[in-house]
Design a protein around this ligand. Structure first.
Ligand code: AHR
Length: 673
C-alpha cells in the first residue's frame, strides 16, 4: 500500500514537472517563435500572362445591396406595389401624418401605369378654414426610405411624383427629421383643378438646408379634397456619373479596379419559386412603368429601379466586362421541363439583343430609347446559378447553349457545373466554381487548381468567401485565408480566368448573409478585411506571373506570388510580390530577384494588412482597424530582407528598370494600395 502511495506521488511530481516544462515550451514558442524563409523570384524568363479579366466583382441584390444601397433612390416602395396587386393593401413603409378625423388613406387600382396599377388615395377632410381646420404642419403621408434617408446640407434632391386631384392642388413636399421636424428642405406644388384632374407628373428640386442621416420625405396638404399619388421618387442629383448610383459605394468598387461584374445574382436570379425570380423584361423601360417584384430568397421587395439597363451601365461606368446571369427555367423549388423551356431561351436571347442589338432591333431600340444607342459590351453570360445536378439543368442548358451560340457565336457561355476535378460532359467556355468554407480549408485551397486539367473550359470562381465562426462579420483571419486562395488562383490563372468575392454589399439594417465585402447604412460605409485584401490584387489582371520558389523549413503557413505589371500612366514596369503569413510566427523573409541586373530595381513600398488579433474586424466606429498600412521601402541590389508579421498579408512593390525613384518622408500611412 505504502509502495503504491510512493509511486503515485512520484507520478504526480513527474506530471507536474512535465506540465511545467510543456507550458514553458508553449510559452517560448509563442514569444520566440521566429521562422525564416527564402523566396526566389525569377524575372529572367517571359513569365505567364494572367488573363485581363482575372479579378472582378459579383453584385447580387441581397442584403439590400441595390434597393436601399447602390441604387440611390431614397423612397422605398415608390409605386405602392409592395403590398401586392390586390387593394386595399399594406403601404409599408409609408405612414400617415394626421388623425382619422383629418384624412383617410388607402390604396386603389387607379394608376395610369398598366403594369403597376396600385396607387395611393388620400381623402382629406380638414381644410385651411371652416369647422375642421387641418393642423398647421399639414396632413398626408411620409416615407422613411430604407431605414432613414441621408439628406445632406448643400446638396440638391430631385423629387418626382404622379398626382391626380379632385380639385386644385396645394401640396408641400419636404425632407424632415425622422419625427417630422426639423424641416431640412421644402417646396410647394400648386396646380389648378384642371391641371390635375387627370394624372400629371410633377418634378421638384429640393435644396437641403441641413444634414440628417435619418430623414424622411413628406407629402402634406392643408386643403380639403381627394388626392391620388403614384410613383414617388427622390434621388440626389450627385449620383455616380449622373447614372443613379450612390457615389460613395461606387467609389469603393472603382478602387478595386474590377475587370468584370457578374450580376444580378446568385439565388436572386433563381428565386425560391420561378414566379418570384428576377425577369429582366420587367426591369427595363421608364422607371415609372416597372412593376417591381418580391425577391423571395432574400425576402424583400425591389422597385427594380436597378434593372438590366442599369447593371449594364454600371459595368460600363466601371470599365468592367458585364457577366449576365439569367434564369434558365429553374428556381430553388420548381423547374421548367426542357420541352417547354424555349420561351425562357427566347427571353435570354432578347436580353442579349437588348444589350448589344442594333437600334433597329426591337430590344436594341428600347435600349436606345433609354439613352444608350451604342451597344453594351456584353460578352459573357451564365446559364443559371448553382443549378447543376438539378433534374432539368443539362437539358435546359443545352437549349440555351445552342441557341446563343447560333445567334451570337462570340458570346462566352458559363455552365453551373464544376469542371475542376473532372471534364464537363457538355460544351461550355467556362464553368462556375463556388466556395464558402472555413479559414483553414480556404487556405489549403491555394492548391485547389494545381491538378486541374489544362484542357477544356476555364474556371470562373464567381463566389468565394470564408464564412461561419472564422469569418464573423468579416475578420482578418478570413481575409488572409482568401488571400492565399487568390494567390493560388494567380498561379493557376492558365486554368482560372475569373474570380469574385461574394457577397459584395450589405446594408447593416438587413444582414441576410455574413460576411460581406462592404458594409453600409444610409450615410456611412466601411470595407471588411476581405475588401482590403482584394485591393492587393488590383494590378494582377492582365499582368505577367513570375515564377516563384518558396523555401520555408518546417513552416507551412506561407504562400507567395509575384507579378510584373506595366503602369499605363507612367509606362513603367513594376514587380509586385505578395506573401501571406497564415501562422502565428514572425518570419524573416529573404527575397532574391533572379535575372535582373542589380541596379535595375528600386524599392517603392511595402503594404501590410494585419492587426493585433487575428479575429479583428472593422466597424462603423473603427472602419480602418484592419486596413492596409503602406510604408516606403528601400532596397539595395536584388536581395530584399524583411519581416513578415504573424497573421499578415504583405505586398512589396518594386520599380523595375531605374533606381531614380526616391522617397519623400518616412511616415507610415493607411492608404490605398
Ligand atoms: O452569395 C450568396 C449566395 O450564395 C448566392 O446567392 C448563391 O449563389 C450562393 O449560394
Amino acid at each position: 500500500m505504502m509502495g503504491f502511495f510512493k509511486d503515485c506521488c512520484r507520478g504526480l511530481v513527474l506530471c507536474i514537472c512535465l506540465g511545467f516544462y510543456l507550458t514553458l515550451r508553449c510559452f517560448a514558442n509563442e514569444v520566440n517563435a521566429y521562422q525564416s524563409a527564402k523566396l526566389a523570384v525569377n524575372a529572367s524568363s517571359a513569365g505567364q500572362p494572367i488573363p485581363d479579366t482575372l479579378f472582378g466583382i459579383f453584385f447580387e441584390e441581397i442584403n439590400h445591396a441595390g434597393a436601399g444601397g447602390l441604387w440611390a433612390e431614397l423612397v422605398s416602395n415608390r409605386g405602392f406595389e409592395a403590398g401586392g396587386p390586390n387593394t386595399p393593401s399594406n403601404i409599408d413603409p409609408w405612414s400617415i401624418i394626421g388623425g382619422e378625423s383629418y384624412l383617410d388613406v388607402l390604396t386603389e387600382r387607379a394608376s395610369c401605369f398598366n403594369r403597376n396599377m396600385v396607387a395611393l388615395r388620400m381623402d382629406v377632410f380638414c381644410d385651411s378654414s371652416g369647422a375642421n381646420i387641418c393642423p398647421q404642419e399639414g396632413v398626408g403621408v411620409y416615407n422613411p426610405g430604407f431605414w432613414g434617408m441621408n439628406i445632406e446640407k448643400g446638396k440638391t434632391y430631385k423629387v418626382v411624383f404622379y398626382v391626380k386631384s379632385s380639385g386644385s392642388l396645394n401640396l408641400s413636399v419636404s425632407f424632415t427629421g425622422s419625427s417630422g421636424m426639423p424641416i431640412l428642405a421644402t417646396a410647394k406644388v400648386i396646380a389648378s383643378a384642371s391641371d390635375v384632374s387627370d394624372w400629371s407628373k410633377m418634378e421638384v428640386l429640393l435644396d437641403a438646408q441641413d444634414t440628417d442621416h435619418n430623414s424622411r420625405l413628406q407629402l402634406t396638404t392643408t386643403q380639403k379634397g381627394v388626392i391620388w399619388l403614384d410613383q414617388v421618387s427622390a434621388m440626389p442629383l450627385d449620383t455616380y456619373k449622373g447614372h443613379g448610383f450612390r457615389t460613395d459605394l461606387v467609389e469603393m468598387l472603382v478602387e478595386i479596379k474590377p475587370r468584370f461584374i457578374r450580376f444580378p445574382g446568385g439565388c436572386f436570379v433563381e428565386g425560391e419559386w420561378l414566379r418570384n425570380a428576377f425577369r429582366w423584361k420587367e426591369t427595363v423601360g421608364p422607371w415609372e412603368e416597372r412593376p417591381g417584384h418580391f425577391g423571395d430568397v432574400w425576402m424583400y421587395w425591389t422597385d427594380d429601379g436597378l434593372g438590366h439597363f442599369e447593371f449594364l451601365q454600371l459595368a460600363e461606368d466601371l470599365g468592367a466586362a458585364p457577366v449576365w446571369v439569367f434564369n434558365n427555367g429553374i428556381s430553388h423549388n420548381d423547374q421548367i421541363a426542357t420541352s417547354s423551356v424555349l420561351p425562357f431561351v427566347q427571353e435570354a436571347l432578347d436580353g442579349i439583343e437588348f444589350a448589344r442589338g442594333s437600334i433597329n432591333s426591337k430590344w436594341g431600340a428600347l435600349r436606345a430609347s433609354m439613352g444608350h444607342p451604342e451597344p453594351f459590351d456584353l460578352r459573357y453570360v451564365a446559364v443559371g446559378n448553382e443549378d447543376c445536378g438539378k433534374k432539368n439543368y443539362l437539358g435546359n442548358y443545352l437549349k440555351f447553349y445552342s441557341a446563343i451560340k447560333q445567334a451570337y457565336p462570340d458570346i462566352q457561355i458559363i455552365s453551373n457545373c464544376d469542371g475542376s476535378s473532372q471534364p464537363l460532359d457538355h460544351p461550355a467556355d467556362f464553368y462556375d466554381y463556388h466556395v464558402y468554407t472555413s479559414a483553414n480549408d480556404m487556405f489549403s485551397r491555394n492548391h485547389r487548381f494545381d491538378k486541374t486539367s489544362r484542357r477544356g473550359p476555364k474556371a470562373f470562381v464567381s463566389e468565394y468567401a470564408v464564412t461561419g465562426k472564422d469569418a464573423g462579420g468579416g475578420s482578418l483571419l478570413a481575409a488572409l485565408a482568401e488571400a492565399a486562395f487568390l494567390l493560388g488562383i494567380e498561379k493557376n490563372s492558365d486554368v482560372v480566368s475569373m474570380a469574385s468575392y461574394a457577397p459584395l454589399f450589405v446594408n447593416s439594417n438587413d444582414r441576410r448573409w455574413n460576411p460581406d465585402a462592404i458594409v453600409f447604412n444610409s450615410s456611412h460605409l466601411y470595407g471588411t478585411p476581405s475588401y482590403w485584401m482584394q485591393r492587393f490584387f488590383t494590378e494582377s489582371s492582365g499582368s505577367t506571373l513570375l515564377e516563384t520558389t518558396l523555401q520555408a523549413i518546417s513552416y507551412n503557413a506561407l504562400v507567395a506570388s509575384a507579378i510584373l505589371w506595366k503602369n499605363s500612366e507612367d509606362d513603367k514596369s513594376y514587380i509586385r510580390i505578395k506573401v501571406v503569413n497564415f501562422g502565428s510566427s514572425s518570419v524573416k523573409l529573404n527575397i532574391s530577384i533572379i535575372g535582373l541586373d542589380p541596379n535595375s530595381l528600386s524599392g517603392l513600398s511595402k503594404t501590410v494588412l494585419t492587426s493585433s488579433h487575428v479575429t479583428d474586424e472593422n466597424s462603423f466606429a473603427q472602419p480602418n482597424k484592419v486596413a492596409p498600412l503602406k510604408t516606403p521601402l528601400e532596397v539595395a541590389g536584388n536581395d530584399v530582407v524583411f519581416e513578415l508579421s504573424p497573421y499578415s498579408f504583405t505586398s512589396i512593390d518594386l520599380l523595375k528598370q531605374s533606381s531614380s525613384l526616391g522617397f519623400t518622408g518616412s511616415d507610415s500611412s493607411r492608404s490605398s494600395i
